[in-house]
Design a protein. Structure first.
Length: 218
């Protein structure tokens, strides 16, 4: 009887320890990732695909490349699921449009290369799960482009200009930890009519981008 009573007490004690440990683990997990995490300031490197499109009089030409850069932002909870915030980014690109021709003797080439891209805008998010946020963005973009011309392989002209327009985006973020999120986003930028020295050139430009990033929140 004494041995049996001792075994019962040991079993009850062990069960209590296990239940207490499980309760602490659940509590820690609940504190680690809430359905709507607290306000965070975050920074992130971004990398993705960039497609620049130019069109004029019904014809268009597009060229893809790599976009790379960094971003910073802040978002804060609104209610149980909503989030609002602001973001800014700076990026470069390898995308370039090239037009070339030859008369059999001479060759000519015009190249328009994407340069520094600046963006600032707002962000609206919705926590669809404790670790998953869907979001949309809207803001202002200013992008630099450099145009150059070559004749028989020799550069004869080069000039840079900036195009401004609006940018909209949509994507998802997944909280890997309370401070680290993985992000995937699609962005569309519309620059409107292209002009040079305030003179319209009769063409339009737009941009499609798909980017991924790893956000670190403070």
């Amino acid at each position: 009887m004494k041995i049996r009573g001792k075994l019962v007490r040991m079993t009850v004690a062990a069960a209590a320890v296990v239940l207490a440990g499980a309760g602490m683990a659940v509590s820690a997990e609940a504190q680690e990732i809430d359905i709507n995490p607290p306000e965070q300031v975050y920074i992130a490197p971004v990398l993705g695909y960039d497609n620049v499109i130019g069109s004029s009089m019904g014809d268009s030409i597009s060229k893809g490349g790599l976009t790379y850069g960094g971003m910073a932002g802040i978002d804060t909870p609104v209610g149980k699921h909503g989030r609002v915030g602001l973001e800014a980014s700076v990026a470069g690109s390898t995308a370039a449009l090239t037009l070339a021709g030859s008369d059999g003797i001479n060759t000519a080439e015009v190249k328009i290369a994407a340069g520094v891209d600046l963006y600032i805008g707002g962000k609206l998010g919705w926590m669809v799960a404790p670790k998953t946020q869907l979001f949309a963005t809207l803001g202002y973009a200013n992008s630099k482009f450099t145009a150059s011309a070559r004749f028989n392989g020799t550069k004869i002209w080069q000039e840079s200009t900036s195009l401004s327009g609006f940018r909209v985006g949509a994507g998802a973020e997944y909280f890997l930890t309370p401070h680290v999120r993985a992000r995937l986003e699609y962005r569309y930028t519309h620059y409107g009519e292209i002009s040079y020295q305030d003179q319209p050139l009769g063409g339009k430009a737009e941009r499609h981008q798909v980017l991924g990033g790893l956000l670190y929140g403070f």
